[in-house]
Each structure stands twice: as structure tokens, then as C-alpha cells.
Design a protein around this ligand. Structure first.
Ligand SMILES: [Zn+2]
Length: 282
């Protein structure tokens, strides 16, 4: 039955991240790895969304109790995911934009204006971040300006500018909506943390290309120490994930086959469920 097949596909697609998150070397291909995470989630959501409608389009001659049960589960999954997508999509988008607008107004009010979009906060905390979206802001504290040497400041600014230029906020928003639309039992928060880390690695790559790994590495250490982050090599991936990011600065470039395999997984994630569904329907 198509519904059961699509539900199984969705479960497999959502289980894959639990294994992939353990393969740290994938982080050396951050762009391809990000695409894999998004493909797996999007394909799983599409399987769940279409399970019930396709089961109704291709009904069995006379539903046995098991098939009825599967159809009920499929209906709950399809309707549940659709409602969560619509509601969470609206809520996440609205909440993020409201919070950014408020934050932008705040840094405009209390920060020193340096050019159109840079604001310097009168804070003793070593920090730099960006407020993305329309009217984006790059925010840095007086303490960071005073403590970091010029080349580390350039690295920090290059990292934040990469976030803004490549709209990493949209990548995170899209993934968050997909993630929260899937049933809690099937999803893993490790996927969300991994996507957040990959976005940081992408911005680090852009900064490294501009200033080199030494300046960026030292800036990461300085900012992480200021927030008391654990920098020991085996440290787990936390909010800033500085230890993992510093390790990746000196990691070897990925073999071409690794990136190719990752793109292959993306294609397979989208092609396999419909192929199986068509095979069963014929
Ligand atoms: Zn960042």
C-alpha cells in the first residue's frame, strides 16, 4: 500500500540524520552537507504530506483492518504535518521578524553608528553578531574593538558579512520550519544543531578566504573565551561550537568523491520515494 510505503520512507529519511550527525568529516563539505540535511527533511515532509492523498487516489479493492489502520495513521500524519507547516511557518517567520525589528531598533538607539549598517555597542562584553533581513545590521561591542587586533576584527566582520550576504538566516528559518513540522518522535534536535554549525562553518570559510585561518582561529578563541565556552578538542557542539569550528579550520579539504556522494544522497532523497510509490501503484 502506497501510504505505508511513504510512511516508511519518511521514517527512514528522518532516521538518517541520527546516523549522519556522527560523521564529523561531512562538516568539511559544509554546503553539500547542508543540502543533504535540507533534502532529507524536505523529502520526509513531502512523504508525510502525500501519504494520505495518494492512498485515497489508489484505494485497495476492499480495505482490510490493517490497511484501514495504515490509512488512519497516514491521514493523521498528512493533516498533522500540513497544519504544523502552515502554523509553524507563520509563527516562526512572524516571531523572527518581530524580534529582529525590535533588536534593530535597539542597536540603532544605543549603538554608535559607523556607516549605514554597523553599530558599535557600549558594552564590556567581547561580542560581534549580525541582525539579518531587510535593513540588516552588523553589531560589534566596544570591548571587541578594543581587545581584538585589526586582522582578527577583519576576520570577525568577514564572518558576519558572509552570514548577511548568503542569507544564512533563511537557511536556518527554512530548516526550523521543516524540523518543527515533523512529529516530535521522529525528529532529532541534533539535526538542528548540526545545521546551525554548518552555517557557521560556511561563514568561517568565507572569512578564512579573506584573512587566513590564523587570524580567524585567534578571533574565534578570543570570542569563545569571553563567553566561557569549552575549547577542549573533544568539547561537544554547543551554541557557538567554537571548538568544532576551530578544528575545521585546519581540517583537510574533502575528497571530491565525498562532495559527489553528498549530492547523490540529495538526489536519492527526492527520487526514491516517488519511484517506489509509482512501482507499487503499477
Ligand atoms: Zn556566525
Amino acid at each position: 500500500m502506497i501510504a505505508a510505503l511513504l510512511l516508511l520512507c519518511a521514517a527512514a529519511l528522518l532516521a538518517a540524520p541520527r546516523l549522519l550527525v556522527r560523521v564529523e568529516r561531512l562538516r568539511t563539505s559544509p554546503r553539500a552537507a547542508l543540502l543533504v540535511w535540507q533534502s532529507l527533511s524536505l523529502s520526509a515532509v513531502l512523504c508525510l504530506l502525500t501519504a494520505a492523498p495518494l492512498a485515497l487516489v489508489h484505494p485497495q479493492p476492499w480495505p482490510a483492518p490493517v490497511e484501514v489502520a495504515i490509512l488512519v495513521v497516514a491521514a493523521i500524519a498528512s493533516v498533522g504535518v500540513l497544519v504544523r507547516l502552515l502554523v509553524n511557518g507563520h509563527n516562526v517567520g512572524t516571531r523572527i521578524r518581530a524580534s529582529r525589528d525590535e533588536h534593530r531598533r535597539l542597536v540603532d538607539l544605543v549603538g554608535r553608528h559607523e556607516g549605514d549598517h554597523t553599530r558599535v555597542l557600549p558594552s564590556q562584553e567581547l561580542s560581534a553578531y549580525c541582525v539579518p533581513g531587510a535593513g540588516s545590521r552588523l553589531v560589534i561591542t566596544e570591548a571587541a574593538l578594543a581587545a581584538l587586533p585589526d586582522e582578527q576584527l577583519v576576520a570577525v566582520v568577514a564572518h558576519e558579512e558572509a552570514h548577511l550576504r548568503e542569507r544564512h538566516d533563511l537557511v536556518l528559518e527554512f530548516f526550523t520550519v521543516l524540523h518543527t513540522a515533523t512529529p516530535r518522535l521522529l525528529r532529532t534536535d541534533a539535526a538542528l544543531r548540526e545545521v546551525a554549525l554548518l552555517v557557521e562553518v560556511l561563514a568561517d570559510r568565507a572569512a578564512r578566504d579573506e584573512v587566513g585561518e590564523v587570524a580567524l582561529g585567534r578571533a574565534l578563541v578570543a570570542l569563545a573565551e569571553a563567553t566561557g565556552e569549552d575549547l577542549t578538542p573533544g568539547a561537544s557542539v554547543g551554541a557557538g561550537a567554537a571548538a568544532a569550528r576551530i578544528r575545521l579550520l585546519v581540517a583537510d579539504d574533502p575528497a571530491p568523491w565525498q562532495t559527489l556522494v553528498l549530492y547523490g544522497i540529495c538526489v536519492a532523497a527526492f527520487v526514491t520515494p516517488p519511484l517506489l510509490a509509482v512501482t507499487v501503484a503499477l
